[in-house]
Design a binder for this molecule. Sequence first.
Ligand SMILES: [Zn+2]
Length: 289
Amino acid sequence: MTGFGSTEISKSDIVNAINTLGISGADVCIHSSMRSFGAPMKNGLKSITDAFMERFCTIMVPTFSDIYEVRPTKQFMPEQNGAGDYSFFLEQSYAEVKPFTVESKEISAGDMGAFPKFVLESEGSVRGNNPLNSFTALGTNAKRLVGRQSFKDVYAPLKQLCADDGYVLLMGVGLDKATIIHYAEQVAGRVPFVRWAYDENRKVVPVSAGSCSEGFRNLDGILDIYARKITVGSSRWVCYKAQEFVDICSRAIRNMPNITHCDDKECDRCNDAIKGGPQLPADFWTKGL
Ligand SMILES: [Zn+2]
C-alpha cells in the first residue's frame, strides 16, 4: 500500500484502510500492536476508534482481566482442565478484589496492549459479563455483540460476530493473538477450561476461559488464501471473514487435532485441550462435580 507519505499515522490513513479492506459498516474484532505502526498516531488512539465509527463499524476487543481470578474450590476442579494437578492454582497468591461487574475498567493491560484499554475506557463502550476473558465493544451493535457473554459462555461474542457477518482484524499481530481460534476449538467439540472468580455475593464460582494460543500460528498456511492484507505505516494488517475463519479452523482442528499444539510438549493446556478439555456433568455450572 502506498500513499502514506507522512510519518505520522492519521485518522484518514485508517479510514482508507477500512475502505480498501471493504469492511465499512461491519462488526470487526480487533487484535492489535500499536508498536507495529512504527510511527506516532496523530491524536492518539482516538484516531483509530474515530475512523471505525466514521465508517459505521462496531469494533470489539479482548479486555481480559486476570486480576479477578481466585483460588479454585474442590467442586469446580474437573479432570483434563489444563491445570495439571492444580498445585499451581492452589499455591499461587491472588489479589484481594471486589467481584467483577461489567462496569469494571480493570484490564491486564500488559498482555492486552494499549488499544483494548483505550476502547474499554471510551465513552459508550459495552463490556461482556465474563470476569476473566471479557470482550468490550464500541459502536451501534456493541450491546448485541457482547450482551450474551456470560461466566459460562465465554465465546458468545465471537459466535455473534460470525452471525453478524463480521470480521477479525489482526493489526500487526499474529494468529497467536486471534482468540476466535479458541471459539473454533469449541465449535470443533473441545470444552473450554474452567477457571474461577467471585460471583456478586463473593462466592467462588466457575468461569469458562481460554487456553494456550502459542501454537495458533501453525494455522497460517491454511488460512493465508482467505486473508485480506494491507499495510498501514509499518503495521501489517490481516483481515478475515469471521464465519469463514471459524469454519476453516474448526475443520482443521477436527482433522488434525495437534495443529493447535504449542512447541512445549509438556504444555498441560495444549495436551488437555487436544483431548477435548474437561468433560463436565450437565449440572456442573450450578452444582459443580
Ligand atoms: Zn501450549
